[in-house]
Design a protein around this ligand. Sequence first.
Ligand code: CTP
Length: 402
Amino acid sequence: MIGNKHILLGVSGGIAAYKACALTSRLTQLGADVKVVMTDNAQKFVSPLTFQALSRNPVYTDTFDEKDPAKIAHIDLADWADITLLAPATANIIGKIANGIADDMLSTILLATQSQVYLAPAMNVHMYAHPAVMKNMQQLESWGYHFIEPGDGYLACGYVGKGRLEEPESIIAAMEEHQENQAALNGKKVLISAGPTREGVDPVRFFTNRSTGKMGFALAEAANRMGAEVTLVTGPVNLSLSDRGIKRIDVVSAEEMHDAMHDHFAANDIVIKAAAVADYRPKHVYGEKMKKHQGDWCVEMERTTDILQTLAERKTHQFLVGFAAETENPVDYGIHKLKKKGLDAVVINNVSADGAGFGSDTNMVTYVNRMEKKEDVALAAKRDIAERVLTFILRDMRDGEK
Ligand code: CTP
């Protein structure tokens, strides 16, 4: 996976820069074409000549050192890279990218590149735990940068703790695994529903719920990153997709969502119903705005169709996944839904837990398959939860084929 790639290795100024030499050597031996970009401070630890000899390519250090008048070096390199790897990534370079600062060759390339970016941080244990560094890393993660976490151990500053640059072999293994994962849904078609539905009662009022669509959107984007052809059916949300490759269908009511999901169901291989669909809608929808009057107003509600259940009835080859948003006994209720609706898996969400559920950028879930095998996914960004859920789905699809 890595062997045939163009890898741009960014080396920033930390003592762990010496490990980037072994990394360059290993990547080159694997057959990758490696070009190294160094910051000024990195050059205080290791000479560019070392990287030039190991990579057999020129080393780039200065934005204004334009060797070929036909090209703008930093843009050319940014476009050339299939993968950009920053190792070691210091607190400083992480802060620069997170804040859009481009004041040297490496930071400028990082703003210009469209390639997948991996960061392997290395710094003092207290620096790594500083809220500013944490916030910058979270920002980058939310933009799709992928971190290879530092290891625990003896640090050059004398401390023992988290902040040691991961060993070159582990960095390569983490990138390989991530790359493999990214191609895991190649050739698969994935249909996802997201967000709330709105059930109108008159031209100005409707019933809805607290869903923001973030989990469903995260799933759509993760499936797309993993190579799937994705269709996203969404209720009214304030979200936009970062990837234009996803087919988005906007709907408003449960009925519209029902029709859109059924229209696309047959053509898809994996169907995930992350939407919070209204279970009831007003029985009578007024054509004109209801005026207030003395006393109470009772709105009679009727059941909507259970979309998931009707999809389950039509299931042929599809792997069908439901969501269960619960506030008590989440796993028991979730498994009950899995059985009752005839699903292949359910993602159970305790919406009353801190950091989980509606509107949050993070979540924690339990994934349960038909065999009632449970996987707890601890609190993490919805983006990461989405990747984990899709990985479980793939595993269960493969197991089911055996
Ligand atoms: N769902 C659906 N159509 C509905 C209601 C729900 O497709 N009309 C789907 C949701 O998208 C979700 C799953 O069913 O994937 C669970 O929804 P939930 O409302 O929690 O489950 P219910 O079976 O309605 O159970 P209850 O309201 O008793 O919790």
